[in-house]
Write a new protein. Structure first.
Length: 405
């Protein structure tokens, strides 16, 4: 079942502030809770706010006639169903109000109740790579031309003064590799109705612009700008990248990544996180995509994707050719490809292609839909199951077999 756009909200089942950029997500939870309070006060209850898809049931009704995601208005239910709705409204109001209280603790964490400096310098002569490892810490790395050393300005932050001694910076070099490691004494960051508990490092690092960086990131937040190359292993944190001269390599789980202006992009695997990259001067290689979403724009050369699970992919602007080997249930939207578009097997996902300069071909189509509009070359499909094929504006030959149904 395709869930309407209005229903695509994170469910309210729980608040995990120890992962995926816990301070930033606390603010997000507060925003979501505030929106929920406002919406419920207007008499609107949507099934999406309970973590499920919008559907015509006793859990979905609206006073304003809008319904949910284009569904028609339903009258307020009565009897046992009505009591269920009223109970759900009360639960949602309590949950959202609780989340507001929880997320207010994020401001205290950002103020850094107890702090101590953690600084270091490393001679960069002969260095080829900087290795950085952070947990739930905040990191900013800036490349500077002509710099001859690595300069680290850090601040240890903790909710408990005794914890400060456990929050340390390990900075040293061995051969042609330097390391910067944030150590927080294995303290867990969390927030509750009774206050917040945290211990982390805020690091501001300046490096020679020609130095490559390898990152191992847990649940913290990191920002990189103007560096030679970046190899990132990301757990559940947030990563922002602006300006990589060479290749940006990424292996990620459930975090969020935004990148701009990179030489080449290699996404080895994507779990349930979201990745957006704008402006790639070279090739893009993507391995396996799970349930995460991928957005790529302004790729100057070729783009290849091994497999797409249930995640959604949006591609806009490819200077070369596009190759997707396999699609399961995810939806793919492609616009403005200069060269050929080749898709392997399509299971139940939908593929839409707008403007391709070369040929467009799919090896096999299952129950999904495959459509193209504006094809400079030929349009063809190897085999078709129960899915639909649509094409318009094909300048070359069209080869579409009959459906197996």
């Amino acid at each position: 079942m395709r869930v309407p756009a209005k229903c695509r909200h994170t469910n309210l089942a729980g608040v995990d502030l120890s992962a995926s950029g816990w301070r930033r997500r606390a603010w997000r939870q507060r925003s979501r809770a505030g929106a929920l309070l406002q919406e419920t006060s207007r008499g609107i209850l949507q099934e999406a706010r309970c973590g499920g898809p919008c559907r015509k049931s006793c859990g979905l009704w609206a006073h304003d006639g809008t319904g949910c995601g284009g569904y028609p208005r339903l009258d307020p239910p009565r009897g046992r169903c009505g009591r269920r709705v009223e109970m759900r409204k009360s639960i949602l109001l309590f949950a959202s109000a609780s989340m507001l209280v929880l997320s207010f603790g994020a401001t205290a964490a950002e103020q850094c109740r107890y702090s101590a400096p953690r600084n270091a310098e490393i001679d960069a002569a002969g260095l080829k790579q900087l290795s950085v490892r952070i947990g739930s810490d905040d990191l900013n790395v800036q490349g500077e031309p002509g710099l001859t050393k690595i300069v680290v300005h850090g601040t240890a932050c903790a909710s408990n003064e005794k914890w400060l001694q456990d929050v340390q910076l390990d900075a040293a070099r061995s051969g042609d590799t330097a390391r910067v490691v944030a150590q927080d004494g294995r303290h867990t960051n969390f927030m509750s109705l009774f206050g917040e508990s945290y211990a982390y490092l805020k690091l501001d690092v300046r490096v020679p612009q020609a130095l490559a960086v390898k990152l191992n990131q847990g649940s913290g937040d990191a920002h990189f700008s103007n560096i030679a190359a970046l190899d990132a292993d990301l757990g559940s944190g947030d990563l922002d990248v602006n300006g990589v001269g060479g290749e940006f390599t990424l292996d990620m789980g459930s975090g969020d990544v935004k990148a701009r202006d990179v030489g080449a992009f290699n996404l080895t695997s994507l779990g349930s996180g979201d990745v957006g990259v704008d402006g790639v001067r070279g090739d893009v290689r993507v391995g396996d995509i799970g349930s995460g979403d991928l957005t790529l724009s302004n790729v100057k050369r070729d783009l290849s994707i091994d497999s797409i699970g249930s995640g959604d992919v949006k591609i806009t602007g490819v200077g070369g050719s596009l190759r997707i080997r396999g699609i399961s249930s995810g939806d793919i939207v492609v616009r403005n490809v200069t060269g050929n578009v080749n898709v392997g097997s399509i299971s139940s996902g939908d593929v839409s292609i707008e403007q391709a300069g070369g040929n467009v071909h799919a090896d096999s189509l299952g129950s999904g839909d495959f459509g193209a509009n504006g094809v400079g070359g030929d349009f063809s499909v190897g085999s078709i199951g129960s899915g639909d094929v649509r094409h318009h504006g094909v300048k070359g030959k069209v080869g579409v077999p009959r459906s197996d149904d």
